[in-house]
Write a new protein. Structure first.
Length: 96
């Protein structure tokens, strides 16, 4: 592997056994298994951050939608009141 650096890590014995068994099962080198696990861990962290950011945006969007919905209800009710008043006034003019 080009530009590879070595790193020494300390793991509990049971985890070392699990890593060795999994590497054997996956038919890959222990180093490759650990590299892949670290890549996935890093990607999972980015995904978790993106989901959290999305939840923040989702809450903001919910607030905007609620404000918009409330405003639309008020506007619709105001239009209906105006329509009702106009119809009533028109009815009074016909009756006169």
């Amino acid at each position: 592997m080009a530009n590879a650096n070595e790193a020494s890590i300390t793991l509990p014995a049971d985890l070392v056994e699990s890593v060795l068994a999994l590497a054997k099962e996956q038919r890959c080198a222990t180093s490759e298994l650990v590299r892949e696990a670290l890549r996935r861990y890093e990607a999972f962290g980015r995904l978790t951050d993106a989901i959290a950011a999305g939840e923040d945006r989702s809450e903001a969007l919910d607030d905007l939608l609620m404000d918009y919905s409330v405003r639309m209800v008020h506007e619709t009710r105001a239009e209906r009141r105006t329509d009702t008043r106009q119809k009533a006034a028109a009815g009074e003019r016909k009756a006169s």
